[in-house]
Unconditional design. Structure first.
Length: 282
């Protein structure tokens, strides 16, 4: 399915403009698909194209990423609680009463907190792509260090090579998928170089709220069905955390994705099928 099958939209949520893509608008059942920390909504293109045969799929750009506004108050707004408030405002403005949620990394954390608080009872099924209520500190530090000082290059081709290196843990991507990942997450700096399409200040979250991703308290209150896809080589979601997720709170179904680290790209039929079967069950 080509990119002509989605539409692009903007809404003001909690006073800031968010961008989102929409797929399968004719369908009544809805899936919210939310990207990871330093990424954009377009990472969800392949999954959204597949799911849009049955679902209406909404893929937002988080504040400070992609085509969404950058926050003028980074210390106050680049945090899970504000993202949850914006997500709630988004679904309210769209008139969505119930929906499924698929979130990669940070997108999964937003879904977890929302399901425990402002969207309790409205998120029907939650898919966490290499995310859980506790993340490994060394991996968080690794992500913070590269995301807070994004690389810049003279050419888009060099940026693509950088992405192929830093996102190798995503698993297999076709050449066309690597090219799209690059072209949908690039911005040009005033000096003419190109860099990833996000506000580097979004890593202030890790400084102002060092425990923002420690969410066992919310996890233990959940009762909805949860599917966790864990990259087999993930350094962020450790095996012991995934094991605890099976027994605590909503007792997640955990599936390990071979040949991936953090985080599976949700771009191949086997991964589509795991998500689709889980959503279709409820």
């Amino acid at each position: 399915m080509s990119s002509s099958h989605f539409s692009s939209h903007y809404l003001r949520c909690e006073g800031r403009e968010l961008h989102y893509t929409e797929w399968g608008s004719a369908h009544s059942e809805v899936v919210i698909a939310w990207h990871g920390l330093a990424r954009t909504s377009r990472d969800m293109d392949d999954l959204a194209a597949h799911l849009s045969q049955r679902y209406r799929v909404i893929c937002p750009d988080t504040l400070g990423r992609g085509l969404s506004q950058w926050s003028p108050l980074p210390d106050e707004e680049y945090c899970l609680d504000f993202y949850v408030r914006q997500a709630t405002a988004l679904v309210d403005q769209l008139g969505l009463q119930s929906f499924h949620w698929v979130g990669t990394s940070m997108g999964g954390a937003i879904g977890t907190v929302a399901a425990a608080t402002t969207l309790r009872g409205r998120i029907r099924r939650l898919v966490l792509n290499d995310n859980g209520p506790e993340l490994a500190a060394p991996a968080l530090e690794r992500i913070r260090s590269y995301a807070g000082s994004p690389a810049a290059f003279d050419s888009v081709s060099e940026l693509e090579q950088y992405f192929r290196s830093v996102y190798k843990p995503y698993g297999w991507l076709s050449d066309a998928q690597w090219r799209r990942l690059t072209e949908t997450s690039v911005r040009r700096l005033p000096d003419g170089r190109v860099t990833p399409h996000y506000d580097p200040a979004m890593v202030r979250q890790f400084i102002t709220r060092p425990n923002d991703y420690l969410r066992w308290a919310e996890w233990d209150t959940l009762s909805l069905p949860v599917l966790c896809l864990r990259g087999a080589d993930s350094d962020l979601l450790l095996p012991e955390t995934a094991e605890a997720m099976r027994s605590r709170g909503p007792a997640a179904v955990v599936v390990t994705i071979a040949d991936c680290g953090h985080a599976p790209a949700l771009n191949v039929p086997e991964q589509f099928a795991l998500v689709e079967r889980f959503l279709a069950a409820g």
